[in-house]
Ligand binder design. Sequence first.
Ligand SMILES: [Zn+2]
Length: 464
Amino acid sequence: MTFDTIIIDSHVILPSGMIEKNIVIDEGKIVNFTNEIPQCNEKINARGLVSIPGLIDPHVHYGVYSPIEKAAITESRVAAIGGVTTMMRMLRLGGSYRKLLDPHLLESSSSHYVDYTIHASILQKSHIEEMEFCAKKGINSFKLYMNLGGDVGHVYVDMTPGTISLQQEKVEIDSSMIEKIISTAALLKCPVLVHAEDYQMCSCGMREGKEKKKDGLGAWSESRSVESEIKSIRDVSKVARKVGCVLYFVHIGSQGAINAIKEEKKNGTKIFVETCPHYLTLSYESQKGYLAKVMPPIRASKDVDAIWSEIQLGTVDSIGTDHVANRLDRKLAGNVVWDALAGFPGIGTMLPILISEGVNKGRMTLEQLVSLTSMNTAKIFRMFPKKGSLQNGSDADITIIDLKKENKVSSQLLDGFSDYTVYEGWNLKGWPVKTLVRGQIVAEDLKIIGKPGYGKFVTRPVLS
Ligand SMILES: [Zn+2]
């Protein structure tokens, strides 16, 4: 018999360690690891290269500053180029899921280069009643924004398909809503992704920073303090512990937040921790200008070191990008940090950053890279072993990397909606050279070669 594809002579990273075998792919799945070369239609010579499971980015915002039918094309193109084979969209709706979800899914189905799935943000009381509806649609994780309320409760939501104007909503997350979201998720056996910042403390801090005419990313970090993260981590953990809800703290980037999470785990709350590449590379001390403005803020360089240590200790479960597909004209509107837009793109640089700053600097093994960027994420969000591992029967989502390849980062290279990157000009060592989604090469040598519409919606099962 003839198989579809074989990847020859690469170092293959399994959870148990590295092996030297050829990977045989047929009908989109991995079917064998072997020293032989069976009859195959396509041969990929990967001598000297490393094969890892395609990255799963658990935290991606796209469809906010351009409509999803366009955003899915540009952002999944960047994902493919950067070695990401599944992107998890953080969907925010200004209206009902019953009404708006299907149009979003329809537009998504013809526009992705890589596979994708969705987390449903719960922004309104009426959304809580729709959580079961979402779960039945295969959307089995919910996002809670503890940072949205009072005078900091405005957020841009995803554009309704077919429209092209920015859509802002007022969100009032209060303690009764938090309790209801957490208890409903517990009943549905779904994890809740938590943006842990206390909106009242942030509102106070920002008002004070503005009044005192402070500026810069240091002032931004001071205004949205680590203490505000700690307070909301404690508050929500207590609620979750009572009802047995699993929490997934997104974008954790400070030692204080990590310490609070460790305590709450000891108290018995089931918690997963996500960090982002920017908390491993950027500090307000090293960054000029406002490009790296984000919520929660990038912190001091000692926090950067602390997050690396926690990765080595195994406290961090996953790495996501918190990618926001926006552009400089909006990003840098105004002349002070308070007027700049928060969030920046990152899905295209996640892998090269982690190889260059992590693996190649001895701060992360290839096995840890795989656990943090695909396997753990797939397990937490119920895509394992279809996704997240190189094993027989799994989808052949494979990223082939060259640990020695050097390249300078530029926004042109990444080819997305954004016209900037916070890593502009960084010389990184270690890049993806081929990205396969279900056995098909979708990107090669930092160029897209797949087709939009190839990427499929990954539904995630309801637990009984
Ligand atoms: Zn986010």
